[in-house]
Ligand binder design. Structure first.
Ligand SMILES: [Zn+2]
Length: 461
């Protein structure tokens, strides 16, 4: 197995303790030891990545991902991409996420039935690079609901962004179909969405349909994610134990009490970037601030900011990510969410980083081995040029993301991968100055150093 030691770094380990100087040793796909505060590790035959003082942190988790969204300005435009191009798009986007430091992601609904499942499978098989991925179903919706994109004179199911449910029995069929396809979780649109012409506070599903989803998901052993902007829809999530709540903008005091009482069960991925960017950043596509305000997005952003701030105070788990892949918030810019969590939700930069790392491990259902830099944990590690705790926007800049390791494998590295230092250590033991000199010599000796792996630049935005 490959051993890699990452030396000379400031370590943010995702536990909540302040960053410290240190070194990390990876063996195979696990972190085997961490040295703190200037101590050295016995790195043996490990190859070395010298961080030159860079910031090392756990890879991030995107909690509400749509790989199949193709940076278009409408759901129909996304859906019109033919399946062959669409799956290629998905694997290409997955690589982009990984290179931007997202080593895990949770699929928040796919535009065609099997895109998410196939993308997850080819990543897991090692055929294409991408984050660890939990695959979602299509958005389950109602006739005329968010994601029913057919036109009266063109009633072709293939035009639909979502899986359109026509009653409790049809819900049973839909859940079983997606379970057959191998999804990790189901996704339901419990509330409306202004841009689709359906007010956010609409609740289109019947009680019978929602109860059927809950029962069938339980039988299939699948978690449920819900697009839930209205107060009632968040209440339904709590009532039925739907684990992952998207948006939650209009949850009222009573609903927050219920959520707080059940906070060990639920994650909230608000995707607040969608509200902000649709309101302030979509005028190029005809959605000026005035238009977006008329739609309802200003009112919703104000409500969401107040609700989420209160939620955060109550210790409810809020995670970054959501609805990137639209024209005015393209894939790869997802780390904007960390700044939004500070500005609109009242998190400290430390809390925002923890929500992207430690909470990510919990969301991925691997809290004991993912989301932190700890001995025994999976080696999902990123290296940043600069300190994100002082400037979270560094995480939006591909050139500042110096190294990405997932499962012990390096996918991106702007540093030199050096040969083992064990021999140097034994020669110069006890003489740090000589050792530093020797390491420098080693790094610049063309016979000993390998070419740095190419830094993949973001070309698309
Ligand atoms: Zn979404």
């Amino acid at each position: 197995m490959t051993k890699i030691a990452i030396t000379n770094v400031t370590i943010f380990d995702g536990s909540g303790t302040p960053p410290y100087a240190g070194e990390v040793l990876v063996d195979g796909n696990r972190i085997v030891s961490i040295a703190q505060q200037g101590n050295y590790l016995e790195t043996g035959d490990a190859r070395i990545v010298d961080g030159h003082g860079a910031f090392l942190m756990p890879g991030m988790t995107e909690a509400h991902t749509h790989f199949s969204w193709n940076d278009q300005p409408s759901l129909s435009a996304i859906q019109f991409m033919p399946p062959e191009e669409h799956i290629l798009w998905c694997v290409r986007v997955a690589k982009r996420y990984l290179e931007m430091g997202w080593t895990s992601a949770l699929g928040a609904a796919t535009a065609k039935p099997r895109l998410d499942v196939v993308t997850r499978n080819v990543i897991e098989a090692g055929a294409f690079p991408g984050p660890r991925y939990l695959a979602g179903s299509q958005e389950i919706t109602t006739v005329g609901g968010l994601g029913d994109n057919t036109l009266p004179h063109l009633p072709f199911e293939e035009m639909n962004f979502g899986a359109v449910c026509t009653g409790p029995e049809d819900m049973r069929r839909i859940v079983r179909m997606f379970a057959k396809y191998g999804v990790d979780h189901l996704k339901i649109n419990l509330s409306g969405e202004y841009i689709a012409g359906i007010p956010a506070e609409n609740n289109p599903f019947s009680q019978e349909e929602i109860a059927m989803l809950a029962a069938e998901a339980k039988l299939a052993g699948k978690r449920v994610c819900a697009h839930a902007r209205s107060n009632e829809s968040v209440q339904e999530c709590i009532k039925h134990g739907f684990e992952i709540i998207f948006h939650a903008s209009y949850a009222d005091e009573k609903t927050l009490d219920l959520l707080e009482a059940n906070k060990e069960k639920h994650f909230v991925a608000p995707g607040i970037g969608w509200l902000i960017n649709t309101l302030y950043n979509a005028s190029e596509y005809g959605i000026t601030e005035e238009v977006a305000t008329q739609m309802g997005y200003k009112r919703e952003l104000e409500a969401a900011s107040a609700t989420l701030t209160e939620m955060h105070k109550r210790g409810i788990r809020i995670l970054p990510g959501g609805d990137y892949g639209f024209a005015w918030m393209p894939h790869g810019t997802n780390a904007r969410d960390l700044e939004y969590l500070v500005k609109y939700v009242g998190m400290t930069p430390m809390e925002a980083l923890l929500s992207a790392t430690k909470l990510g491990g919990e969301l991925m259902m691997r809290p004991d081995e993912l989301g932190q830099l700890k001995e025994g944990y999976l080696a999902d590690i990123i290296m940043i040029d600069g300190n994100p705790l002082e400037d979270l926007s560094l995480l939006q800049n591909p050139e500042k993301i110096l190294m990405v390791m997932k499962d012990g494998e390096i996918y991106k590295n702007a540093r030199t991968l050096l040969p083992p230092r064990g021999i140097i250590r034994s020669i110069y033991r006890g003489n740090p100055l000589a050792e530093a000199g020797a390491r420098k010599t080693q790094a610049t000796d063309p016979m000993n150093s390998k070419q740095p792996l190419e830094v993949q630049r973001q070309r698309d935005h």
